[in-house]
Design a protein around this ligand. Structure first.
Ligand code: PEP
Length: 251
């Protein structure tokens, strides 16, 4: 059985006070047996504080990005080793907002993936197509290309210590969720592409869905055979909603 995972991407939201309240509520409502691995991914500056607050709990901390470089004169960048140092155990790489707004290329995302693993952390690799690409039936081509860039650099075995997230760009923060079948089709495609290289890894790697997941639609998405949980944006800022999504991920 693949691991079920629910990860919250807080994006550029929060403050010390707001995060403290949110984490308190998560800790209060977190079930003794969640049945799924749970991550929260605050902005860089809050990672240490959130990690301290969550210390000893089952909720893990992830970052939203990392540098492809190990250290040096890269003003404004944060190295994966630094993220490990402040208590992170995972890092999102290739989020669509990084790819579009910050021009992270497929190759740069692959290098970030490699840097994250080299620091002993778990990359959460996001892939997904834009609306126009879906409409012109290029979804598999785009997602395949994004995946291949990572496979070409690190090899398929590296996916055995990674999490994948299919996040159609048109569904992120829009309130427009992929239908469970749309998500399943792309998740199946991803798994098939990995299986062509290594069937065992393909069967093991968790593939999350992200894009306007809420408590109200999480159950039907997570019921699909190739959907192993969710990467949650907006709804992860509300403790009750996020805990209800976690509940929906129970097997
Ligand atoms: C995300 O930021 O990765 C995301 C999926 O956002 P939302 O859930 O708000 O669509």
């Amino acid at each position: 059985m693949r691991r079920r995972i629910v990860a919250g991407n807080w994006k550029m939201h929060g403050s010390v006070a707001e995060n403290t309240t949110l984490v308190d509520k998560l800790l209060q409502g977190f079930p003794a047996d969640a049945g799924a691995d749970c991550y929260v991914c605050p902005p860089f500056v809050y990672l240490r504080g959130v990690a301290r607050q969550l210390d000893g709990s089952a909720i893990r901390v992830g970052a939203q990005d990392a540098s492809a470089e190990i250290q040096g004169a890269y003003t404004g960048e944060v190295a994966a080793g630094m993220l490990a140092d402040v208590g992170c155990s995972a890092v999102i790489v290739g989020h669509s907002e990084r790819r579009t707004l910050h021009h992270d290329s497929d190759q740069l995302v692959a290098r970030k993936f490699m840097a994250v693993q080299a620091a002993g952390l778990t990359p959460i690799l996001c892939v997904g197509e834009q609306l126009g690409q879906r409409e012109s039936k290029q979804t598999e081509q785009v997602v395949g290309r994004q995946l291949d860039a990572v496979l070409d650099l690190v090899g398929v075995a590296a996916l055995g210590k990674a999490i994948l997230a299919y996040e159609p760009v048109w569904a992120i923060g829009t309130g427009r969720t992929a239908t469970p079948q749309q998500a399943e089709d792309v998740h199946h495609f991803i798994r098939k592409r990995i299986a062509a290289l290594d069937g065992k890894i393909a069967g093991l790697v968790p593939v999350l869905y992200g894009g306007s997941v809420k408590a109200a639609n999480a159950g039907e998405l997570f019921a699909m055979p190739n959907v192993d949980g969710g990467l949650i944006g907006g709804a992860s800022l509300n403790a009750e909603e996020f805990l209800a999504i976690l509940q929906a991920a129970r097997t």
